[in-house]
Design a protein around this ligand. Sequence first.
Ligand code: HEM
Length: 544
Amino acid sequence: MILFLGTPSVGWLAITALSAVIVYLIVLLKAKRRFYRNENIPKAPYDPIWGHLKLVGEYAKKMPGTYIQAPWTEIKRDFNLPDVFYMDLWPFGPEFVVCSGPDAAAALTTVAAFPQADMVREFFTPTVGTGFIETTDGPLWKELHQMLAPGLTPGATRGYHDLIIDEAESLHNRVRRVADSGEVTDMAHQIGQYPFSIIWKIFFGEKPDPNSDLYEVSKRLNDISGSTGPSLNPIKAWQRKRERDSLVNRLNTDIKKAILSRFEKISSQKPLPTRANATCLLDRMFLDQVKAGLPLDDRLMKLVLDNAKGFLVAGYSTTTDTSSYLVMMLSAFPEVVQKIREEHDRVFGKTFDETLRVLRDDPSRINDLPYTTAMIQETLRMFPIGMIVRDPPPGMTSFTVKGKSYPLRPGQAFAVLAHAMHYDDTIFESPTEFRPERFLPTTTTSTTDEPPFPRAAYRPFERGLRSCMGQALAMSEMKIALVVLARWFDFELTGHNPVETPRVRHTDLDTVLGDHAFQDSRFTAGPCGEVSMRVRVVEEEKGR
Ligand code: HEM
């Protein structure tokens, strides 16, 4: 009897709940359709049910790589979309207002600083937590910025010069061992240890324990980070999340130990360091607490832990991804290699020992490398490692650029599509060509230092208040990496699947770099697939 009465009521409950969900979805869909039917909403062809999901899926299929920016650039080009357009990825992704021109991008970064997007926080929270500066806003961001930014200014970065040279020498020796072995190597793995060791020392004030596997743990965490989000395969997603949580636990345990030991050390230091002479970012975060004679409380521990993990990610994966592309460009463009080698010979002399000596004795020489710098800038143009996302400020119902107003729907986020600007032929002449010369200081009679493109259109480190805090450090690291690699080694890509005919319109680099011409989504957007390379010692260098 009870069963008889109970069963239908559970059934009715389920039917009612399901109907409510369906009605809710229909209401949502109708509201969305009404919004996107508006002809003043610039957008690619719109499916009344799937929005832009199907279209983006079709474009994503044309090319390898999971990073969204290349399909969007291609869609913008094919449908001749303006600098502000809408992209609706609901229900598997958000609804975006895409800013793909310099004025639109400036409106939310330099003209005003729009708040960090909730979806960025959601992405970072399971790994680096809510305290990492990049995920914060308002007073907490300001507090962290005041603590950390002075430790990464160009001036402060000069103080890390010797550390960078030491690690660059290790990188050179590692690559030489690979060359001597004749084996194919994962070049991103070989390079990654370099920025990882540097950022560890800059954050913690000590080198990472050479016997620990924290580099491997961090690398694995980065490698799987792109596949822990929503997935059509829930079992795989669950397995990835479990793996991620266990890697994060490992990092938390070791990093907490390093934090406690440094806090003890600095607490007993006499005199205490000041903001001007603090030697690492951790000390900068401790200073006020130690000066006030307070213990390391839970709030500070969480802030420090989250930023330690965040800085390891920001300082390691970004520079590794770009440096992997730098080495690929060396493998693909012999004329660029020749110019780089000539420049390095001129500035540092011919031998490796002499190069190290000049680098150590006169750090300012790395400012005498215009072609090397231009090559890095051109690589960053072709492979921007991030696409920033922001939420509208509270209460904003429309977005205005150059006098034109764009309506907003609740839940929409802004995306700055630097990739589309970097491949726009009205901004960069012949954007498919790898041409470092476009970044060389102008040789015209112009007295200004203005580049031949709008500055706001070039955004590898983003712009404005929330632009990259580690830009000076990253540029130093990458220049010095090229100095210790370019003249001593020849690099050859293997297993990269170059194609005969370019797969898409915005780039033809897949005829040379194969799959790596496209990017995969990890913490940052790195080369698609593993960067397998063979390395040879340059013939004429063998005797040096
Ligand atoms: C090639 C190397 C790098 C590139 C291309 C790069 C790019 C970027 C970009 C595009 C952003 C803006 C992200 C956003 O607003 O959502 C950013 C932010 C940031 N970057 Fe980098 N980055 C690089 C290296 C580094 C390094 C080496 C460090 C650390 C030492 C670092 C630390 C940070 C931090 C802390 C932020 C957040 C700043 C804030 O929210 O105020 N980055 N980076």
